[in-house]
Design a protein around this ligand. Structure first.
Ligand code: UDP
Ligand code: MG
Length: 314
């Protein structure tokens, strides 16, 4: 039976924690009783520098029940970093870790399926939302647009998958080799490449407290995801530059014809022609510079270049 750690990042979650803790202990006990997970499995809360009573609650629960453990971050470092802190802690003790949100929007009834797929030999199991009707139309639309844009930009992300997922110990070890500071876990984990599978679930509404992802944070998270994984925006500048340079030739012709047919004020031709030509050239040059910056960006990341999944020896 595997030792499973449930990893839950929390930021100012005092409104939901008591209920979350109750439900998770209940669920974990049921899984232990079923013989699905080991007794040493734990519920690991990561307090992401909360300003309310979150940490006191975690501490108190830990004293009452040793299945609950906690890590407290010194500052608010954001969801992704808090999650990473939790996963890296779990990596040392667990056979696999499952990450979920403190508000239990992710259905915990499917936790069994995650563990079953792990036992079937999957290293990563993605939780995928069946439908999004509990989210507002706006959130649904923007999220879906985001997944599509990521695809166009050549980033491999799992459609409708947030951060509800199981990772085996060796997948976590692989994750620890990705040293980037702009963390976008959803983009990195498919890069790990071990065997993976999906578990489908319905997403609930947050039962208390409010979303810690207001629009501003959502946009910056999305932009981070794009700029941490794709250099296509840089290439777009290059292409735009080429396009405008070509257009400038047409502009030039037009200016010349106007000049020759004497329909212009003196000096107009030279000004208009140089605006077009220079504009196009500048953009092209920025694009070239961008090409090199893109390379530097990828080198600086120093991501692992391969991962050996199996090793047949003798
Ligand atoms: N969270 C965090 N640090 C932050 C913001 C959020 O650890 O700076 C946690 C939060 O406590 C929750 C999870 O990230 O467990 C997801 O946040 P939320 O439910 O507010 O996001 P939404 O579901 O609305 O996208
Ligand atoms: Mg939520």
């Amino acid at each position: 039976m595997p030792i499973v750690y449930l990893v839950i990042p929390c930021y100012n979650e005092e409104a939901v924690l008591p209920e979350t803790i109750k439900q998770l202990i209940h669920k974990l006990d049921a899984m232990i009783a079923k013989g699905l997970v080991d007794q040493q499995s734990r519920i690991l809360f990561v307090d992401d520098g909360s300003k309310d009573k979150t940490w006191e609650m975690i501490r108190r629960s830990h004293e009452e029940n040793k299945q609950i453990i906690g890590v407290k971050l010194a500052h608010n470092r954001g969801h992704q970093n808090a999650l990473l802190a939790g996963l890296m802690t779990a990596m040392e003790y667990a056979d696999c870790a499952i990450s979920l949100d403190a508000d239990l929007q992710d259905d915990i009834e499917v936790l069994d399926q995650f563990v079953e797929k792990f036992q079937d030999g999957c290293d990563v199991v993605y939780g995928v939302r069946n439908k999004r009707d509990t989210d507002s139309a706006f959130k649904r639309g923007t999220a879906q647009g985001f997944y599509k844009l990521m695809k166009i930009l050549g980033v491999d992300v799992v459609y409708n998958h947030a951060d509800y997922r199981l990772m085996s110990k060796r997948a976590l070890e692989a994750l620890s080799e990705y040293k980037e500071t702009n963390l976008f876990l959803r983009g990195i984990i498919p890069l790990i490449g071990y065997r993976s599978d999906y578990v489908y679930y319905d997403r609930h509404e947050r039962f208390a407290g409010e979303s810690k992802y207001p629009l501003k944070k959502m946009i910056s998270f999305a932009l981070d995801g794009i700029s941490s994984f794709s250099v296509k925006p840089l290439k777009i500048i290059s292409n735009l530059g080429i396009f405008i340079s070509i257009l400038s030739i047409a502009g030039l012709l037009y200016a010349l014809i106007s000049y020759l047919t004497n329909q212009t004020v003196a000096g107009w031709t030279a000004i208009v022609a140089s605006i077009w030509l220079l504009g196009g050239l500048q953009m092209l040059c920025i694009g070239v510079v961008g090409g090199y910056i893109g390379k530097v960006y990828n080198e600086v990341k120093a991501r692992p270049r391969f991962r050996i999944e199996e090793f047949l020896k003798k």
